[in-house]
Design a protein around this ligand. Structure first.
Ligand code: NAD
Length: 518
């Protein structure tokens, strides 16, 4: 692909002096340079957004939903162009790029269809306040900032902001400095759909742009590494700004002796090498019960050797490029450390020499690994699949849980009950039984991590409601001239209340009375 240079003005109208080069990692070609937002521009963006907030939040949920559905139509109409840019900007396989489109489309569908019901006022019946009417309203927070990474640069830039917009917030995305173009492309689509310019904006730049936005946000959604997530959390804490952190993973797969080995091997290879292993929910370590270890490893190696790697010319490769040299270096360091400690490279194990101008690392399978090696304990985020032999399910579970991370995980077994029992004991936010990765597309279900993998949840009802303050509004119904508990206090009311507490909160009689009162 040849380098092209077009206008440097972004969709937000920036024309800053400092430019960001956007590269194609599969070819090394420059795609375009775009200006980085200056401090003054960030300030102006936040001010514009705040000005737009009253009118945007004043629209009905249905109207906001209509505009988002129109954007979904625009995304569908321009899907080939969007896929082209995704592949160009990330170097990923075209099939892998489909995930971005699918998840963003599904996110818009889910929230526009369920949002009006979820955001409607809710009536609450309080046992002690039968003479009052209580409603919960959902008040949008204001300016929601989403700071996103490069690995799914369309989905992770905009899917967290769809529920925020629907709830009536104004939003700014700070895309990864490595992949800003696809975020700007969807910004164009939103504008063509009729979203006012100040309601949704994109601030291009490095970490300092993200940090400056946190200082102006009312809510921060962050997806990225643990190290940056910690900095984001500290900055948010200084301003008491609520946030959600979706961070890294070191996802284990457990293969038991009763597994369908053909499915387990295919699933594990796919889960490890999809998006060149650069998925937060990639399978990064495998524990296989010794009875089936040799058979499983043979199948994995055979399948891995069939994977086609290269620059995708339209669904022609399974494994694309990695994102940038730093990511390749991490893979190489983990590999070197593992080999020095006794690991065996069973296939792959080097940069792909057929593509010297791109960042390609061959899909690699390692055996004879253990937890002294970085590749078994640190997030690698690359196409390396280490497989460890274990005695039994108990040992596999112990190793799986011996991690600072807890994002996704999988267990492969012919006995679903056994799989469910292990799922219950896995210390992770998500578990797949005889499956992998695909749970991320269930927009209806909560998604997130435990331990260092994150704080809070995305998707489902929670992701819409977190962008609102729940406001409880209590109304007196009968309009009496005073309440019995107001001034002046009286002995009769006080002693009556003491008796009532004795009855209400004592088990036995109290339980019966509570049941009668409802
Ligand atoms: P990163 O942490 O380097 O960067 C993420 C974003 O944070 C970028 O936009 C970056 O510019 C910005 N940033 C950097 N410093 C900042 C600061 N001080 N203040 C505010 N913003 C700052 O992550 P990355 O390399 O882009 O992404 C890869 C990581 O993301 C992996 O660890 C992966 O596991 C994780 N990830 C997690 C999920 C999930 O859902 N849990 C999904 C995808 C990726």
């Amino acid at each position: 692909m040849s380098a092209t240079t077009t206008s440097t003005r972004t969709s937000n109208g920036f024309d800053g002096a400092e430019k960001l080069p956007c590269m194609n990692p599969a070819t090394g070609a420059l795609i375009r340079e775009i200006p980085i937002a200056t401090a003054a521009e960030i300030e102006a963006m936040a001010a514009r957004a705040r000005e737009a907030f009253p009118s945007w939040s004043g629209l009905s949920v249905e109207r906001r939903g209509e505009l988002l559905l129109r954007a979904r139509d625009g995304l569908v109409d321009r899907r080939e162009e969007v896929l082209d840019l995704l592949v160009q900007e990330t170097g990923k396989a075209r099939m892998d790029a489909l995930a971005d489109l699918l998840v963003l489309g599904e996110t818009i569908s889910y929230y526009t269809s369920h949002g009006p019901g979820l955001l409607a006022d809710k009536t609450v019946s309080a046992r002690l306040l039968k003479n009052k009417r209580i409603k919960v309203q959902h008040m949008p927070r204001g300016l929601v900032v989403n700071i996103s990474p490069w690995n799914y640069p369309l989905d992770l830039a905009w899917s967290p902001l769809i529920p925020a917009l629907l709830a009536g917030n104004v939003v700014i995305n700070k895309p990864s400095e490595v992949t800003p173009l696809i975020s700007l492309k969807f910004l164009d689509i939103l504008r063509e759909a009729g979203l006012p310019e100040a309601v949704a904006q994109v601030a291009v730049g490095f970490g300092d742009v993200g940090a400056a936005l946190i200082d102006r946000a009312d809510y921060v959604a962050f997806t990225g590494s643990v190290a940056t997530g910690r900095k984001v959390a500290v900055r948010c804490a200084e301003r008491l700004v609520p946030n959600t952190l979706e961070l890294g993973g070191k996802d284990p797969a457990i293969v038991l002796e009763d597994a369908n080995l053909e499915r387990a091997a295919s699933g594990v290879v796919y889960g490890a090498f999809f998006n060149s292993g650069q998925t937060c929910t990639s399978i990064e370590r495998v524990y296989v019960v010794e009875e089936v270890y040799e058979d499983f490893v043979d199948r994995v190696i055979r399948l891995t050797r069939t994977l086609r790697q290269g620059v995708d010319a339209g669904f022609t490769v399974e494994v694309g490029a990695m994102i940038f040299p730093r990511q390749l270096e991490i893979v190489e360091q983990h590999l070197k450390d593992a080999v020095a400690k006794g690991a065996q490279v069973r296939t792959g194990g080097r940069r792909n020499p057929d593509f010297p101008s791109g960042y390609f690392f061959e899909p690699t399978v390692l055996t004879e690994v253990d937890h002294t090696m970085d590749v078994m304990v640190e997030e690698t985020f690359g196409p390396i699949l280490p497989i460890m032999k274990v005695r039994d399910a108990a040992e596999a579970l112990e190793h799986a849980n011996a991690s600072d991370y807890g994002l996704n995980s999988s267990v492969w077994t012919g006995d679903k009950d056994r799989g469910r029992a292990i799922a219950r004991r896995l210390e992770a936010g998500n578990v797949c039984i005889n499956d992998c990765l695909i749970n991320y597309t269930a927009i209806e279900a909560p998604f997130g991590g435990v331990k260092n993998s994150g704080i809070g949840r995305r998707k489902g009802e929670a992701e819409l409601l977190k962008y609102c303050h729940a406001k409880t509004v209590l109304e007196d119904i009968f309009g009496a001239s005073r309440e019995p508990t107001w001034y002046p206090y009286s002995r009769a009311v006080g002693e009556g209340a003491v008796k009532a507490i004795g009855v209400l909160y004592r088990s036995g009689l109290g339980n019966k009375l509570r049941n009668i009162l409802g």
